[in-house]
Design a protein around this ligand. Sequence first.
Ligand code: ADP
Ligand code: MG
Length: 245
Amino acid sequence: MLKEKFMLEINNIKKYYGSFLALNNICLKLKPNQLVVLLGPNGAGKSTLFSIITGLVRADSGSCVINGNNIASQSIGALKNLGVVFQQPTIDLELTVKENLLFHARLHGLRVASLKKIIEKELNENGLEKKINKKVRTLSGGERRKVELIRSLLHEPKMLLMDEPTVGLDPRSRADLLKKILNLKSSKNLSVLWTTHLVDEAEKADKIIILDKGEIIAIGSKKEILSMAKENKLAKAFLKLVEEK
Ligand code: ADP
Ligand code: MG
């Protein structure tokens, strides 16, 4: 039988900060064309897990493999496959949209000439065509996040990580971003890992992982989570599972 292909395989990750156990035995797998929402309250360990997946922080034990590359020992191969939007914006406010995007393209060793058209097309599709030569400082929060998303996909990664990408966005921009991700997932066969503390953002996920105090307390489709909690609304199921732990 053919072995199933996973874009991300996390096995038994543990992470301590001093004597504080921030992540305990985390296991998760992501397939292509799958949106996994990591749902957890503040302090659950979502960003810590992101730092491990992106190689910024070493786990104390366990492994993290991205498209066959171990992030600890084959980080260049692993990072090539990753597009990342961090929790805190990492975009230069004093550069224009175009400068930010082209700088990132150069960092990745991409051919800038061929990218100029792609950048124009992406900005167009996101309603940002008039902003191309504007400093990022003049853009709204939602527009900045869209630019970060476009930037994260320039090198055509197979997997996209977004850490609480909707924090600070108004409801309209939030819904827009989620819709955009769902489209991208199918059109580019992307694996997406999206973290949030907002239950409604998990409604359309293929798989939901509930993380609390460094532990996975539930994992499954929305239907499975509802049935685990014996509830008919995700918000209630989330609260019940977190309280019952
Ligand atoms: P989340 O992203 O889910 O809000 P974090 O991963 O940021 O959670 O944090 C998980 C826990 O680890 C929190 O209790 C936080 O205070 C702690 N923590 C995070 N980073 C550090 C650090 N560098 N040193 C010590 N404790 C940390
Ligand atoms: Mg966080």
